[in-house]
Write a protein that binds this ligand. Structure first.
Ligand code: MG
Ligand code: MG
Length: 251
């Protein structure tokens, strides 16, 4: 069932989303060669819990053990922070973060270069961000979920990249994952119609090579099957009469 949120609920999600955005901004400043993903996770949990009532959404969700998902290079999503995972120059790390506040969740992700990265890597990050922006621009009344996926797909595949199919965006609210599913591919005017008060996480997962995935033996980390680099950017967005409202921005 797709739930419609009241303006008050959307404002709560925006407060949760602001904490998510500030967490990601903080982490972006900490990412450098030599830091472990465990250190990033500890900093994120401390920062989130410093806000009264705010708790990390991921910790315990389906049994996930940490505050962040940290996914390095060919890892697409759901990497588990660890003292043994130390960032290296030239890598990228995708950081995914959710906050639960006053009964509602917000969810956002960003992919951060570590030290100096190649031009090819920078282009992948740029295009993935552009594909997210294109998807968000379609998150408006009268459109359908398929318009969002189609826009993401056009940008990413138009640049020669792969669009992951097995993982998709989602509705979000009192539960972290709600209906509808929001694929990063699709056809215009297909799928559920977008209504005022829907809140969805739009999250392109884009690969430099094949979009086929596999899951590692830790049962969490999803990687590209061909080992190619991947990027992941995400915002939680409300559908409003005034157009898409990004709930996970710092301003
Ligand atoms: Mg996320
Ligand atoms: Mg999400």
């Amino acid at each position: 069932m797709i739930t419609i949120k009241s303006p008050r609920e959307i404002d709560v999600m925006a407060r949760a989303g602001r904490i998510v955005a500030e967490t990601l901004a903080l982490l972006r400043g900490l990412v450098r060669p030599g830091i472990s993903t465990e250190a990033l996770d500890a900093e994120a949990e401390r920062f989130i819990r410093s806000h009264p009532g705010a708790v990390p959404s991921f910790k315990g969700l389906y049994g996930f053990p940490k505050t962040l998902c940290t996914s390095i290079d060919q890892e697409i999503v759901h990497g588990i922070p660890s003292r043994r995972r130390v960032l290296e120059d030239g890598s990228v790390v995708s950081i995914d973060c959710g906050v639960h506040l006053d009964g509602l969740h917000a969810d956002s992700a960003t992919t951060v270069p570590v030290g100096h990265v190649s031009d090819d890597t920078t282009r992948l990050l740029d295009v993935t961000q552009q594909s997210l922006a294109a998807g968000i621009a379609e998150a408006r009344l009268g459109n359908h979920v398929g318009d969002i996926g189609h826009a993401v797909q056009e940008v990413a595949e138009g640049a020669g990249y792969g669009v992951v199919r097995e993982l998709v965006g989602h509705g979000i609210g009192t539960r972290f994952h709600e209906e509808p599913q929001v694929p990063n591919y699709g056809a215009p005017k297909r799928g559920p119609r977008l209504l005022a008060g829907m809140t969805i996480a739009i999250e392109p997962m884009i690969t430099m090579g094949s979009p086929v995935t596999k899951t590692l033996s830790d049962k969490w980390t999803v990687v590209t099957a061909d080992g190619s680099l991947s990027a992941h950017f995400e915002h939680t967005v409300a559908i409003t009469p005034d157009g898409p409202r990004i709930l996970t921005s710092a301003d």
